[in-house]
Ligand binder design. Structure first.
Ligand code: PBG
Length: 322
């Protein structure tokens, strides 16, 4: 049967009718808000390319986390900007590192908010790569040992979940192993499983001061042209014990989110990254688009593709509208 008996517009005629047949839901429950913490006191520096996002000292981070909790957002993802960078990124696994201090304080001052920590070395190394350099490239197996130490020190500080974003082979297993060996059997791993070598990370690298000082990340992050490979990455991370798998960035990779969700029975996160945020903000500020409407459209598209969780710099803004 078709037109004129069938008329698709009947179910679109007003908002209540549309609500009844809406297929995708977006909820505050789906959101994780990324935050940047740096040393100092009373510091709150806006990140130029990410309006409304800041590098914050721990005291300011606490104020921010209270607001996030009040809005009903379940979780934050913390990124650290260390006091000092060195060749090995040693502050990343120091008990007095910026993230460890931040986690301890937020856990104490803002109970009821989940803290996820980014496990990676690019913010902590003076060369800006995601691990130990040997023969001009990041040495996979040496890096695994340090990633495991970093994850353990985050968990020891009180992190509720750790999220490795380095793209070394075997890191989920190495992290699961050290956590389990030290009594953190209950700390989940959210793996950045299909993380692409993307130009959409540009603003983040300003925010975290983590741009590589030589070369690029193509020898460990994925080639944007590949899809099947993402499924292999996800499968391996699941075999190594990942609890949640992530696709990153989100918008140019909606097909990957869709395929991962179809193929595997596991929660899927998508990272709506800094460059995706910046593009929308810039166009909005120029009056070229309605930024809020575009934001909601984008977040719905990520959910519709199959994501269960969205990491997004829009989390607070979206939470106010939901
Ligand atoms: C660290 C890391 C990056 C992002 C999250 N974790 C940057 C990178 O890989 O260069 C990007 C997040 C964003 O752009 O919002 N490895």
């Amino acid at each position: 049967m078709g037109f004129p008996v069938v008329r698709m517009r009947r179910l679109r005629q007003n908002e209540n009718m549309r609500r009844l047949v809406r297929e995708t839901s977006l909820s505050i429950d789906d959101l994780i808000y990324p935050l940047f913490v740096r040393p100092g006191k009373n510091v709150k520096n806006e990140i130029k390319s990410m309006p409304g996002n800041y590098q914050m000292s721990v005291d300011q981070l606490i104020v921010e986390c209270k607001k996030v909790r009040e809005l009903g957002i379940p979780a934050v993802m913390l990124f650290g900007i260390p006091e000092k960078k060195d060749e090995l990124g040693s502050e990343a696994y120091s008990d007095d590192g910026i993230i460890q201090k931040a986690v301890r304080s937020v856990k104490k001052e803002v109970p009821g908010l989940l803290i996820v920590t980014d496990v990676c070395f690019c913010e902590y190394t003076d060369h800006g790569h995601c691990g130990v350099i040997k023969n001009g490239t990041v040495d996979n197996d040496e890096t695994l040992k340090l990633l495991a130490r970093q994850a353990l020190s985050h968990a020891s500080a009180g992190a509720d979940m750790v999220a490795p974003s380095d793209m070394m082979d075997g890191r989920v297993g190495a992290i699961r192993n050290i956590l389990d060996g030290n009594g953190f059997t209950g700390t989940p791993v959210m793996a950045y499983s299909a993380k692409y070598a993307s130009a959409f990370y540009g603003p983040f690298r300003d925010a975290a001061g983590s741009a590589p000082q030589f070369g690029d990340r193509k020898a460990y992050q994925m080639d944007p042209a590949n899809g099947d490979e993402a499924l292999r990455e996800v499968e391996l991370d699941i075999m190594e014990g990942a609890d949640i798998v992530m696709v990153k960035p989100a918008l140019s990779y909606l097909d990957i989110i869709f395929r991962v969700k179809n193929e595997f029975n596991i929660p899927v996160a998508a990272y709506n990254v800094s460059g995706e945020f910046a593009c929308i903000k810039a166009a909005d500020r120029n009056g070229w688009i309605d930024g809020e409407r575009v934001m909601m459209e984008v977040l719905f598209s990520i959910k519709r593709a199959g994501a269960d969780i969205i990491l997004t710099y829009f989390a607070k803004n979206a939470a106010r509208l939901l």
